[in-house]
Design a protein around this ligand. Structure first.
Ligand SMILES: Nc1ncnc2c1ncn2[C@@H]1O[C@H](COP(=O)(O)OP(=O)(O)OP(=O)(O)O)[C@@H](O)[C@H]1O
Length: 239
């Protein structure tokens, strides 16, 4: 049974169909990469899965349960954690306080549990030395790590990552991939939207390409990247 299953999911803004009948299954333990041109509907798909947006049609199942009608906090507590494309930490709070807050309010943990899991997550994401810094004073790499740490603090079984490598140097993106590999080794299922293709290819088991809100390709990374339609639409290359 798939951990996450989308059945003909659709969402429109007025006449603009942003998600057009997408069906997709993600197996437990899998790392799925999502690619697509700007405005293709990738973040919208995440918003539909996390419950930040209500869908117009279709159904979403998670861990064998229909979660279509659940609120975002209910989906989070059920194990769907996510990061946001634009990191949104509480800038006037420390890194530690940000992660504790995510563990308490997103993960439903007691304060005592939240302190413990915040320490573990900060160590795992390489942020322990920054624990007492204000989140607003972090470098871009550390802000991305904090975004990851806040999602991990909710103890997800399914982790949705939205462009977490964007704006990083190649070396920094490599560090982030190494952290994601460790997270994957813990058995966490990941779906990662990313424009930094080499970072995605370093970890994804499978790629799903979206164009104009529809599935353009879905399969093993090398096969998808050499698909002439993907090269034409996404990479701007003529086949
Ligand atoms: N609240 C909204 N109202 C109207 N249109 C919207 C809204 N949110 C998104 N859109 C439109 O929906 C389309 C898909 O947006 P989305 O952010 O999902 O794309 P994306 O693939 O994540 O893009 P990017 O790679 O640039 O982040 C875009 O044309 C966008 O302008």
């Amino acid at each position: 049974m798939a951990l996450l299953a989308l059945h003909a999911v659709s969402k429109s803004y007025g006449a603009l169909k942003v998600t057009d009948g997408i069906s997709l299954a993600v197996e437990e333990g899998e790392t799925l990469g999502i690619l697509g041109p700007n405005g293709a509907g990738k973040t919208t798909l995440f918003n539909l899965v996390s419950g930040d947006l209500r869908l117009d049609a279709g159904r979403i199942e998670y861990a064998g349960r229909d979660v279509t009608g659940l609120a975002p906090h209910q989906r989070c507590r059920a194990g769907i954690g996510r990061s946001y494309q634009v990191p949104q930490p509480f800038g006037a709070m420390t890194v530690f306080e940000n992660v504790v807050t995510a563990a308490c309010f997103g993960g439903g943990q007691s304060e005592r549990q939240a302190w413990r899991s915040a320490c573990e997550v900060l160590e795992e994401t390489g942020l322990l030395a920054q624990a007492n810094r204000l989140a607003g004073a972090l470098t871009l790499l550390d802000r991305k790590r904090l975004e990851l740490a806040r999602a991990l603090a909710t103890q997800p079984r399914l982790l949705l990552l939205d462009e977490i490598a964007g704006g990083l140097t190649e070396h920094e993106a490599g560090q982030l991939v190494a952290e994601l590999r460790r997270i994957r080794a813990r058995g966490i299922t990941m779906v990662w939207i990313e424009h930094v293709v080499h970072a995605l290819l370093a970890i994804a088991d499978r790629l799903f390409v979206i164009d104009f809100g529809r599935r353009l390709a879905d399969g093993p990374p090398q096969a998808v990247m050499s698909d002439p339609q993907v090269q034409r639409v996404y990479l701007g290359m003529e086949g």
